[in-house]
Write a protein of this length. Structure first.
Ligand code: C5P
Length: 410
């Protein structure tokens, strides 16, 4: 059930006696690593208190559509966008009718219309209400709109009746909720990415750096979270915002990046070196700004550079290295140079791209890459860095699992 880890679930609670089971449902969801935001209808508050659900979900409960204070904290559209899954449990006959009718007359129905996340309902009502032809017609309409129904189950009811309409037990709801997410290829995997450029200080106002924007590394971090990984992003100075749900460690120089990588390497399963690390740094960082010397007619200035540590090679050289993926940004002989780096740096995979092409270069939103490994050579045609990141991670995930199986059987 790792599939619910790090997933954002909006749990809608409507006004039925089964609302008391929502408390248990939240406990199951959070135990499995999901983050839960609860939205209650006013009828639901008659059955269970918002305070209980707030305490269990560790988040304020959302109640009103027109509450300016709550909207300022997290508006209904923001909540709709935030969700990876919207689950309504219990879903009463009234709520299902309003949803089927397309009404948006409270926070929960509005959110259900606005969200693009999968929407699932766990119906709970009296057997007669469930069997009613109008309820059944509503169910059909909801199913046609790709809204999933979990249950209901059959059995004795709070009102004394026996029949269909009982809310599915929370354990079973959670199982079905997990099934909504494809088996994520990187679920349970710890993955570290380096991204962006490094800056090597010359004096208090100058540095050596490169044109890396960090876009590819950040797109990979975002796609890795989507694929279920726990992601640490060690980032050089960039101007793009950090993706959600990623632990970012900001660094400036190559040596700081080296330190941050090794200081956080414990438990990492995959390491992706996407940063454009400066190969050299000034041997000495001057404490005062370098001045043009008016008495010196020299047209040149010498700055002696020394080699920076090769971060990715130092990761591959660890006694128990993670699965290591490098990037080769080249301007010529792209595949040859990449294959050479794969061997020299003892990488498991390398992603090669031609940075001489401005359309797919460092700052561009697009890229076109080839990915090489011991038994792999695949070209991924030009696409946005976000689309490419998802494709790359599928390949990286597959190769990682093969590598891991080989390691375990060796
Ligand atoms: O040798 P080159 O810089 O072309 O190699 C590129 C790959 O090596 C990238 O994965 C980059 O992140 C990594 N690298 C590194 N530390 C360096 C230089 C490069 O991790 N000092």
């Amino acid at each position: 059930m790792q599939r619910l880890r790090n997933k954002r679930v909006v749990l809608g609670v409507t006004g039925g006696i089964a609302a008391y089971k929502s408390a248990e449902l939240i406990r199951h969801l959070t135990k499995l690593g999901a983050e839960v935001q609860v939205v209650m209808t006013s009828a639901a508050c008659e059955f269970i208190t918002p305070l209980t659900l707030q305490a269990l979900s560790h988040n304020p409960v959302h109640l009103d559509l027109l509450d300016t204070k709550a909207e300022a904290a997290m508006g209904h559209i923001e909540l709709a966008r935030w969700a990876d899954l919207v689950l309504v449990a219990p879903a009463t006959a009234d709520f299902m009718a309003r949803l089927a009718g397309g009404l948006a007359n409270d926070l929960l129905t509005t959110l259900c219309l606005a969200t693009s996340a999968p929407l699932c309902l766990a119906p709970a009502m009296n057997q007669g209400m469930w069997r009613d032809s109008k309820t059944q017609q509503n169910c059909q309409e909801l199913l046609e709109r790709n809204i999933r129904l979990f249950g209901p189950s059959d059995g004795s009811q709070a009102c004394g009746d026996i029949g269909p309409g009982r809310m599915l037990e929370p354990e079973l709801i959670v199982e079905q909720a997990a099934d909504v997410f494809e088996s994520d290829i990187l679920t349970g995997i710890n993955l570290m990415i380096t991204a962006g450029p490094t800056r090597e200080e010359i004096d208090p106002v100058r540095y050596i750096s490169n044109y890396s924007s960090g876009k590819m590394g950040y797109a990979l971090a975002e796609a890795a979270v989507e694929a279920g990984a726990t992601v640490t992003l060690v980032s050089g100075p960039v101007t793009i915002p950090a993706p959600d749900r990623v632990s970012v460690i900001d660094v400036t120089s190559a040596r700081e990046m080296h330190q941050a990588v090794h200081g956080n390497m414990n438990g990492q399963d995959i390491f992706i070196g996407c940063a454009a690390v400066s190969d050299y740094r000034p041997e000495e960082i001057l404490r005062e700004k370098i001045k043009k010397d008016p008495d010196n007619a020299s047209e040149t200035l010498d700055i002696r550079l020394v080699r920076n540590p090769d971060i990715i090679a130092s990761v591959s050289a660890l006694e128990q290295p993670p699965f290591v993926v490098g990037f080769a940004a080249e301007t010529q002989n792209v595949l040859n140079y990449a294959a050479d780096k794969l061997n020299r740096k003892q990488l498991d995979l390398i992603v090669a791209n031609d940075v001489s092409d401005r359309e797919i270069g460092f700052s561009s939103d697009n890229n076109e890459v080839a990915i090489l490994g011991k038994d792999l050579e695949e070209t991924l045609p030009r696409a946005s860095k976000k689309v490419l990141a998802r494709k790359l991670l599928k390949i990286i995930g597959r190769s990682y699992h093969t590598w891991k199986t080989e390691q375990e059987s060796a």
